[in-house]
Design a protein around this ligand. Structure first.
Ligand code: AMP
Length: 144
């Protein structure tokens, strides 16, 4: 089956162009990371390559090195920032898998023993809480 084309007006493309706000925790020439607005747990962060692709299926594999280098750094930072017991890394491809935003991204979620994840795309978190959590992750990144 042929997948849909990349939509340049998807929400992460708008965040990348600075047209809508985000709580950014990291940026380099190839990748940005910002807080998920409907977190499945405190500190839920999205790691997003700047180069456009709909998801992993159509991505140029040359991005995976830079992308997963940042995924690892963010995973280490959220574990430290939230004193987490572990970290879940997730990535969805096409609607059947649960993908809702069609620009490649990786979810990085701190995990705590015995605490289940909240539902995917559940409740919006308050902007103040996201800002505070972003600050904790930025602080952990600078001391890593
Ligand atoms: P996926 O289902 O893997 O495509 O995940 C998309 C994620 O993007 C969900 O976890 C949403 O909560 C999140 N999301 C949607 N809109 C925004 C936004 N404007 N800023 C940050 N995260 C968003």
């Amino acid at each position: 089956m042929t997948e849909a084309a990349y939509d340049t007006d998807n929400i992460f493309a708008k965040i990348l162009r600075g047209e809508i706000p985000s709580h950014r925790v990291y940026e380099d020439e190839a990748v940005i990371a910002f807080m998920d607005v409907m977190p499945q747990g405190p500190g839920h962060t999205l790691v997003v390559p700047k180069v456009p692709s709909r998801n992993l299926l159509d991505a140029d594999p040359s991005i995976f090195g830079p992308l997963f280098t940042v995924v690892q750094r963010i995973a280490q930072a959220v574990k430290k920032a939230f004193s987490a017991d572990g970290v879940t890394v997730m990535q969805f491809n096409e609607p059947a898998s649960g993908q809702t935003v069609y620009h490649l991204h990786v979810h990085v979620i701190p995990r705590f023993n015995g605490v289940p994840l909240k539902p995917h795309t559940g409740e919006m978190e308050k902007s103040e809480v996201l800002a505070e959590n972003a600050g904790k992750i930025r602080a952990a990144l600078t001391t890593n």
